[in-house]
Ligand binder design. Structure first.
Ligand code: UTP
Length: 618
């Protein structure tokens, strides 16, 4: 072999590997990579190899895995190992990343109380949405939820069964039609979610989005490290230990795939980063984009008011002598000690409203593309990696189990150097964030400790709540139904309100389309498309579902809907909770909703309900 260097032959433990190279089991490209890795002190990867003919398929798979990890990381495996050594040395020395930093409240716009400022921001954001691409990070394993499928396939509500992906796509579709511009949707998948995501998109014809509007970027796993020397960990002689690198991979993929640049060329100015199971995000996203535009924020985090000590990262501006200010997410268990060591001996204390000065990060980010491209170029998209080894010896050199480098998408500001403006926009919590992260047992335990459940049921409950909030802001009278516990999680009977993005994208839209009327208790209202309601009441237990197809419009006037019971909520029995015959998306919430006779209307025109309860032309 011409490029087989003598290094393989000089060392007895590499003789087996050398014979595999000679026999052609190891391709030339793989041999070259092996040479590079030997130069990085990774001899253990190629030591004591079996003779050619023994376990050849495993050897090839191993080399393919190494080559794939090498290809996927800017700087290849030598780059990864060198970054790992640096970070592991810091971790071993117990370096404090916040040394010399003083935390102060970040620059922020507080829209948690809605009002004029909110609506001004929302109007500005709607315009900018035409120049925005939505970036959905959906590569997570969802271990806490334990759902056996991709999370994007879970319904955000089970009245009509809209899944998270269908919901996100419907916002993008409605906004694209309204603004006359195809808004791109970038989805980051992973090994675990890629196939399922593509299958769902294909089966649903991209939910109406054009083929070229949806871009999939698949993240790869990274090799784990077995010690501070940055040696890649093995599970067997021919098996590398691989682990997720984290959602910060999105920055790397947007860079290495050329997507970020292409989006800029196509006229995109903002990227909106969203998570896979936060169905509330588009209630707040337009206003937040508007804040970015009006305040000139290069990086804007949507945030919520946070109670001191709550297990949510706090957004803080860190001041340090001789360095530019840095607004960052500081993990809650680091924030309190940092405050105690600097400006607040009592730690993270409440203000007059009971909230911390440091709003809670929910990882919805709006990043201006121009400075972002600059940062991607200089960093190659590798954003503030960190490593979190659990040391097993006093000298902090050995690990209890292999560690890996990780990256989080919210850490991008750590790479800002040119005076980029970083800000925060605070919203009412349930309005902007209610994720489906936890299985029912863990969620109920969180409720018992006065924490947010973040279950499928609480996410659905908040989805309806936001619908009610919008109708209230439009002047409808809403009488909430009773809140009861379903398997330890609070759930409000109603009104269950679903306002499709084709009906309204903004609060101003809702106001335009609703005048007067009322909703009572456990009723349901679903509005889809160009629909107007004037003095329409839906009684407790009744349901109205109105769908205007694109290009048609429907108005209903002076009517009371009393049909019922409709969209009845039925709790699952213990036997049903265990039964494989009951869909898992119901078992993760503990109930189903049955349509027992909702009043439906899809014919265009202006209607009212007559004395026999039927629609007649108004
Ligand atoms: P979460 O931590 O909420 O989701 O990630 P998870 O990792 O799926 O859940 P657990 O921790 O295993 O229970 C926040 C967002 O980041 C994405 C998730 O899909 C979610 O949208 N994510 C997370 C990625 O895209 N890639 C990752 O490597 C990790």
């Amino acid at each position: 072999m011409p490029h087989l260097k003598s290094v393989f032959k000089e060392q007895p433990e590499l003789a087996g590997f050398a014979s595999n190279v000679d026999a052609g089991i190891v391709e030339p490209g793989h041999a070259e990579l092996a040479e590079n890795l030997l130069a990085e002190d990774q001899h253990h990867l190629f030591s004591d190899w079996d003779a050619p003919g023994v376990k050849d398929a495993e050897k090839r798979r191993f080399l393919d895995t190494l080559a794939n990890a090498h290809r996927s990381y800017p700087g290849g495996l030598p780059g990864y190992i060198s970054n790992a050594r640096r970070l592991l040395a810091e971790a071993s020395a117990g370096a404090n990343p916040f040394e010399g930093c003083t935390p102060v409240r970040p620059d922020l716009a507080d829209l948690s109380g809605f009002g004029d400022e909110y609506e001004k921001a929302e109007a500005a954001g709607l315009k900018c949405f035409a120049e925005t691409a939505v970036v959905l990070v959906a590569g997570g394993l969802g271990e806490r939820l334990g759902y056996h499928g991709i999370k994007l396939d879970i319904p955000v509500e089970v009245t009509t069964g809209t899944t998270y992906l269908a919901h996100f796509a419907s916002v993008i579709l409605a906004a694209s039609r309204r603004l006359g511009r195809k808004i791109p949707l970038v989805i980051m998948t992973s090994r675990e979610t890629n196939e399922g995501t593509i299958a769902t998109l294909t089966a649903n014809r991209n939910f109406g989005l054009d083929e070229d509007q949806v871009i999939i970027l698949c993240q790869e796993l990274v090799p784990a490290l077995s010690d501070v020397g940055g040696h890649l960990a093995l599970e067997g002689k021919y098996e590398l230990v691989l682990k997720p690198h984290g959602h910060g991979d999105i920055h790397m993929l947007l860079h290495t795939s050329g997507t970020a640049k292409k989006l800029a060329v196509s006229g995109v100015r903002y990227l909106l980063f969203i998570q896979d199971t936060n169905g509330q995000v588009f209630n707040a996203a337009l206003a937040a984009i508007g804040v970015s535009e009006l305040h000139g924020y290069d990086f804007n985090s949507i945030a919520v008011n946070r109670i001191p000590g709550e297990a949510v990262g706090g957004l803080a501006k860190l001041k340090k002598n001789g360095s530019p200010d840095l607004t960052l997410n500081v993990e809650y268990n680091q924030l309190d000690p940092l405050l105690r060591a600097t400006v607040s001996p009592e730690g993270d204390v409440p203000d007059s409203r009971g909230f911390s000065l440091f709003p809670g990060n929910i990882n919805v980010l709006i990043i201006r593309l121009e400075p972002y491209l600059r940062v991607l170029e200089t960093s190659q998209g590798i954003v503030a990696e960190f490593v979190n080894p659990k040391f097993s010896n006093a000298s902090r050199t050995q690990f209890k189990k292999p560690a890996r480098l990780e990256t989080m998408m919210q850490d991008l500001p750590k790479l800002f150097t040119a005076g980029e403006k970083v800000g925060v926009t605070v919203f009412d919590r349930a309005w902007c964030f209610s994720a489906c992260k936890n299985n029912l047992t863990d969620a109920a335990a969180k409720v018992a400790q006065a924490g947010p459940p973040e279950s499928a049921s609480s996410a659905e409950n908040d989805f309806y709540l936001a619908g009610r909030q919008k109708l209230r802001m439009a002047g409808m009278t809403i009488a909430d139904g009773q809140t009861t516990m379903i398997r330890g999680i609070p759930f409000t009977a109603g009104p269950r309100v679903i306002l499709r993005p084709s009906f309204a994208l903004t609060i101003a839209d809702v106001r335009d389309r609703i005048s007067g009327g009322s909703l009572t208790g456990g009723c349901t209202l679903v509005l889809d498309g160009d629909v107007r309601l004037e003095n329409v009441a839906v009684s407790d237990g009744a349901a109205l579902s109105v769908t205007a197809a694109p290009g048609t419009d429907i108005a209903i006037k002076d009517s009371t809907i009393t049909s019922g019971p409709a969209f009845e909520l039925q709790e699952l029995s213990d036997a049903e909770m265990k039964s494989a015959d009951v869909p898992e998306y119901l078992r993760i919430r503990g109930y189903l909703i049955v349509d027992a006779g909702a009043k439906r209307l899809s014919a265009s025109g202006t209607w009212r309900v007559n004395s026999t309860g039927d629609f007649e032309p108004a």
